[in-house]
Design a protein around this ligand. Sequence first.
Ligand code: FE2
Length: 269
Amino acid sequence: MRIAFIGDIVGRPGREMLKEHLKNIRDEYKVDFVIANYENASHGFGVTAKNANELLALGIDCMTGGNHSWDKKDIEALFDTHEILRPHNYPDEVGGTGCKVYDVAGEKLGVLNLMGHYSMPLVDNAFRKARDAVAELNEQGVKNIFIDFHAEATSEKRGMMMLLQGEVSAIIGTHTHISTDDFQIASQTAYLTDIGLTGCRDNVIGMDSKVPLKQFLTGMKGHFDVPKKCKKILQLAIMDFSNGKCLNAFKLKYFCDGRIIKTEAYKED
Ligand code: FE2
């Protein structure tokens, strides 16, 4: 099966890039299943029902979340009706689920959404929950497992890879909005510390730089805003999974000026 993963879609600029490119990407690369992170999709904070419907209709099959999953009130109802996850390590009394299994190209695919700990809400242990969820999926006969690990700390993301390499098909980080340069396949698990945002590539993490700069210069907090006009980027990973292994992986970056940059994941022994 061929999977595509898009990280944090930030506001209208991110949604516009998907509208422009996702259908063509699905066709050109013969993608069977698209996963994307929704937690900043509606003006940078959460996702509305309207935007969730638009995004899923563009060719996204499953959406993952993070610490901003609950920023829009529509989300609770969406959990029951749409292919929308929230981090699996929120406690059981919270609505929604962080793990779902899909039939894709004749095999099973488990999608697992986890959230890290540094600078994040207090939730259950991501590493223990990950290990338990993978064991449970294996018991159900699910070998292909994709993890969106939504975390601030690079060390936590790398730690998750060391814990689960060889046990899952891919671990890709989200949340920082800044892409890292370490896409690799080790022990047949694809790993990337952070895939980076889809949205504005100038300014600060997809947001207008005025408020963050004021915060950095004065210590005064303010409400972050998605710019109306900006330079946009769409970033995605494409991966081939079979029998639990990642066989091949590469990343694509689409710039709004027409440039496309492709980077192969490097293979470790
Ligand atoms: Fe986040």
